[in-house]
Design a protein around this ligand. Structure first.
Ligand code: GLU
Length: 431
């Protein structure tokens, strides 16, 4: 039977001339330079330096034979493990049927923006892909201001100022903490306040907690505790489980947003179908947790905290303004104190700063402009991940009780990160 013609659809996807995402582009440029024999300090892409924990890797090996398509929303055993994980770690109840698994949380975010009709509301700075995803789909973007002096965190008042201008407007607010690109997190009181405002204006809150397990003090708190009916939690294996390339992301939906989950499942079924089967079986083990995984996380956090602290110390001593991170593996320095010197060297904006730094020192970092900062602001994101994660984890096993990595330890086990800062400081001095 001939098919009925579809009605004309005016779908203007904004993809013409779109460049590769900044994080992936810097990785490809860095790898190309390495292939050409140059030394690159790879502080561009935010990839976990740590190996996948042994029990999770073992589980993947044992499940290599899994070859069937899995349910669109994910393997039920995995969805149950994720539901139990959120109950155990955050005391929040997301039934297993309200969990959706996808090939990376990035893909789930794109589909969410596709199916939800509201404006995207994000802070500046924000991770590189939220805004381009909205741009591709054609959603309006509302940037919320933040200040370095307030740790680049959103102030509840600023959020309310924007929301009250048009109180009924449907909105998707993305909150990401510990944050990419600056590592800050929120206090419990701040989370309570933001939750109160989100609830008052009935916004859909996407809480991007992909770095939650990497809060340096191990005490991440989900905002879902304070606004359970409107919060979708986003997480995945990429950061805390060292498995970015495995591509496994998860969304946990409140009951009231089941319609969104169903709409996303429909799009998923017409696009990625289902997430890789062996990866999903292995992910069950990751979300079950246990002693070995806790130990791995404890050591990862200890290393990231000490390294972040040392780098901040050396940058601050050199007059580079930078905040101490609360979690993850990012720093967001501001080079404004060097503006005059930089200008004399034809460096006017963050992009030129990063290009010159890469070509003259081999240090790869990303410009603040890629994160929604004004182009002429001299901010940049530095991912302090250029070290051998397996080697440094093993080295911490020789620590005595309560011992923490000191500068000598970091010079030996994270030499590229420490050297990069010292070379950067020298470069600035010699300009
Ligand atoms: N989230 C990581 C970053 O900001 C890398 C992955 C990505 O951007 O897709 O560098």
């Amino acid at each position: 039977m001939p098919q009925k013609n579809s009605p004309a659809v005016n779908l203007n996807l904004n993809v013409r001339g779109l460049p590769l995402s900044a994080t992936l582009r810097i990785n490809e440029i860095s790898n190309q330079m390495i292939r050409e024999g140059k030394h690159v300090f790879k502080l561009g892409l935010g990839q976990s330096p740590f190996p996948v924990p042994a029990p999770v890797e073992e589980e993947l090996k044992a499940n290599a034979f899994q070859k069937d398509y899995l349910p669109v929303l994910g393997l039920s055993e995995l969805r149950k493990a994720i539901s139990a994980y959120f109950a155990r770690t955050q005391a929040v109840t997301y039934g297993f049927d309200n969990i959706m698994v996808g090939p990376g949380s990035k893909e789930l975010m794109f589909i969410l923006q596709l199916v939800y009709y509201g404006d995207l509301v994000i802070p500046t700075p924000s991770w590189v892909s939220y805004a381009p995803q909205a741009h591709i789909i054609g959603r309006p973007i509302r940037w919320l201001p933040t200040k370095a002096s307030h740790g680049w965190r959103l102030s509840p008042q600023e959020i309310e100022n924007v929301f009250k201008m048009d109180p009924e407007r449907p909105r998707l607010l993305i909150l990401n903490y510990p944050n990419n690109p600056h590592g800050s997190s929120y206090s419990t009181n701040e989370l309570r306040e933001i939750a109160r405002i989100a609830k008052k204006y009935r916004v859909v809150l996407l809480s991007d907690e992909i770095y939650g397990e990497l809060k340096h003090n191990g005490e991440h708190i989900s905002i879902a505790r304070f606004y359970p009916e409107g919060t979708i939690i986003s997480s995945g294996l990429s950061k805390w489980c060292g498995a970015g390339g495995w591509r496994l992301g998860v969304f946990a939906f409140p009951e009231s947003l089941t319609w969104l989950k169903n709409a996303m499942a429909a799009v998923a079924s017409e696009t990625f179908t289902s997430t890789s089967a062996p990866i999903q079986y292995a992910a069950v083990r990751a979300f079950e947790g246990g002693r070995e995984i806790e130990d791995y996380l404890f050591r990862s956090r200890m290393i990231l905290k000490a390294l972040g602290k040392q780098m901040v110390k050396e940058m601050t001593e050199a007059n580079i303004a930078v905040n101490m991170p609360d979690g993850a593996f990012y720093l967001f320095p501001d080079f404004s104190h060097f503006r005059d010197k930089l200008l004399q060297n034809d460096i006017e904006n963050s992009e030129q700063l990063c290009e010159r730094l890469l070509s003259e020192t081999g240090i790869a970092i990303l410009p603040g402009s890629a994160f929604g900062r004004p182009p002429n602001e001299l901010t940049a994101r530095l991912s302090y991940v250029d070290f051998d994660g397996a080697k440094i984890l093993t080295a911490t096993h020789r620590f005595s009780d309560g011992q923490e990595p000191d500068v000598h330890f970091l010079e030996v086990y994270a030499p590229n990160c420490i050297r990069a800062i010292r070379i950067m400081v020298e470069w600035l001095k010699k300009l």
